[in-house]
Write a protein that binds this ligand. Structure first.
Ligand SMILES: [Zn+2]
Length: 167
């Protein structure tokens, strides 16, 4: 099982961990993948062996565009994780990908939790983070042949209102 370093911390993806190996294998090829339920056909972005909408535990990897919108976010003002202390305050964003907005029900969508980075792969400035802004996936390569999908602001024109939390 290879062990990687990310911001001074060790990360490992066990070879037998099918929840993650396919995700990182695809990232090495510059592809973002999510799980597609083989029961109902819906996509899901968060880890877990079972479909949240039907009883099926059968799934396969599905390529997605990596384009979406900031659905929500939270600012981390203080972190106990050493590798991220120099980032604080920074945003954790919930990205809604374009592929499945409003499905299976209004208010649902294909969402993933991610860092928001700038062109240098540093944390995007807090004042630039806002709900409704368009984002796209970028692939952060480490020196050890490990690739981590991240998101950055795409600069595309927002499709709806853009707003920030009032602090
Ligand atoms: Zn399903």
């Amino acid at each position: 099982m290879p062990v990687y370093q990310h911001r001074g911390q060790q990360m490992s993806v066990p070879d037998q961990d099918l929840e993650y190996t396919g995700y990182f294998d695809a990232a090495k090829e510059g592809r973002l993948v999510v799980k597609k339920c083989q029961g109902c056909g819906l996509l899901r972005g968060e880890p877990g062996p079972a479909c949240p909408w039907c009883p099926s535990q059968n799934w396969e990897w599905q390529d997605v565009s990596g384009k979406g919108v900031i659905y929500s976010y939270q600012i981390v003002a203080h972190t106990v994780i050493p590798g991220f202390k120099d980032w604080a305050p920074f945003a954790i964003v919930l990205v809604e990908l374009d592929e499945q907005s409003g499905k299976p029900e209004r208010g649902d969508g294909l969402r993933i939790t991610t860092n928001l980075v700038d062109d240098n792969m540093d944390a995007e400035k807090e004042e630039n983070v806002a709900i409704g802004k368009r984002v796209e996936v970028v692939f952060q390569k480490s020196e050890e042949d490990f690739v981590l999908p991240q998101f950055k602001l795409s600069g595309e024109v927002p499709q709806g209102p853009v707003w920030r939390h009032v602090v």
